[in-house]
Design a protein around this ligand. Structure first.
Ligand SMILES: N[C@@H](CCC(=O)N[C@@H](CS)C(=O)NCC(=O)O)C(=O)O
Length: 204
């Protein structure tokens, strides 16, 4: 059975748990602490030189890192991936958006504001205005798209929705107010009614 190396409160790891559950793929979890650099030790770095979770380790020894790559692998040929080339390209468009324009502000603000020790947050406090501005810009882009579409790609629920749901649904942890984005709030509810949806806190 594949092993997901993960941190329970990480949205990047939640993406993988959610997709695996919705695909009916059994995985076991190996948990790491949010603090203390447990993924920066030599035995972990030997598997993933980038020293981060999620990492999916297969029985034959292969490992796959990066939440987007793992989502892509788990979803190919399933209901979580559009059947046509254009739809799959749209999935990538939104997954790249998530990694470059969304996660670096919304997930990072959540980590520092909700999980980091207070003294560490003090060193980052000057970045909060930039997180706010750029995170809200990303939410605005999502609002514009979702005002006209139910889903992000291919006209159906897909890994693009999973990738963006993961840190958007808990954006309040990073101080983001979703009231200004009604289409985003409606989409969050749609995602939550998809079969086999699990909350972030649910362990395997
Ligand atoms: N782009 C990566 C980001 C992975 C990442 O930032 N992981 C964080 C947890 S969300 C981590 O491993 N932090 C521990 C560290 O950097 O030492 C992905 O999407 O998987």
């Amino acid at each position: 059975m594949p092993v997901l190396h993960q941190m329970q409160m990480s949205g990047n790891c939640y993406k993988v748990r959610l997709a695996a559950r919705q695909r009916g793929i059994a995985i076991t979890l190996k948990n790491y602490g949010l603090h203390g650099g447990s993924t920066r030790k030599p035995d972990y770095l030997a598997k993933n030189p980038n020293g981060r979770v999620p990492m999916l380790e297969f029985e034959d020894g292969r490992v796959l890192a990066e939440s987007g790559a793992i989502l892509w692998y788990l979803s190919e040929g399933t209901r979580l991936s559009p059947v046509d080339r254009w739809g799959r390209a749209e999935v990538l468009q939104w997954m790249f958006f998530e990694q470059y324009s969304h996660e670096p502000y919304i997930a990072v603000a959540r980590f520092w504001l909700a999980f980091a020790p207070k003294e560490e947050l003090e060193k980052k406090r000057h970045l909060i205005p930039e997180w706010r501005t750029k995170g809200n810009a990303a939410l605005g882009v999502m609002q514009t798209h979702l005002a006209r579409h139910d889903w992000f790609a291919g006209g159906r629920y897909s890994i693009a929705d999973i990738a963006l749901y993961s840190y958007t649904h808990c954006a309040a942890d990073g101080g983001f107010e979703l009231d200004a984005y009604p289409a985003v709030r409606a989409w969050l509810k749609r995602v939550e009614t998809e079969p086999d949806h699990i909350p972030l806190s649910e362990a395997w």
